[in-house]
Design a protein around this ligand. Structure first.
Ligand SMILES: [Cu+2]
Length: 156
């Protein structure tokens, strides 16, 4: 599973970004790959082969982390999170984006370290929280919890 994810991630990066790699490791890879730039097909095959090798090396490492977005206030102008519940994997992040009818904040029950008590007043204000441990994390918006502005992050 991880091998497939890592292979895909690398191939994706390579094909999308071409020679845009920045780190020394990537630069070295790019140098090797650039030997084949005159033959796109070989370049493609080389990318796949390298991706497989790298995926094998990375088998014990987690795949690339994801970030999912939760809007504060629905697009339709309701006092709710959109979506209310998200399911993510350990290491993934949730990006909270202030949307309609502010102010809003996000308080996680029993997890002050994940909470954002400061009220967000402006549309587009955002912040991210990363979840390392599996579990169910209930949260609510302080001003609007009574109106049902509550949600859940499930990490599994
Ligand atoms: Cu709110």
């Amino acid at each position: 599973m991880y091998a497939i994810c890592a292979a895909w991630s690398f191939l994706h990066l390579y094909l999308i970004r071409g020679s845009g790699f920045l780190s020394p490791g990537h630069a070295l890879l790019n140098l090797l790959l650039n030997c084949f730039t005159v033959m796109p097909f070989i370049r493609y095959i080389t990318a796949i082969a390298l991706a497989c090798v790298i995926a094998f090396c990375l088998q014990v490492s987690p795949a690339y982390a994801d970030t999912v977005e939760i809007k504060l206030g629905t697009d339709a102008g309701l006092l709710a999170f959109q979506p209310q519940n998200v399911t993510i994997h350990p290491g993934d992040s949730v990006k909270f984006v202030n949307n309609k009818i502010p102010p809003h904040n996000v308080i996680f029950k029993d997890h002050a370290e994940l909470s954002h008590p400061d009220l967000a007043f402006n549309t587009g204000d955002s912040w991210e929280e990363t979840f390392e441990a599996a579990g169910t994390y209930d949260f609510y918006c302080e001003p609007h919890a009574g109106a049902g502005m509550v949600g859940k992050v499930i990490v599994e």
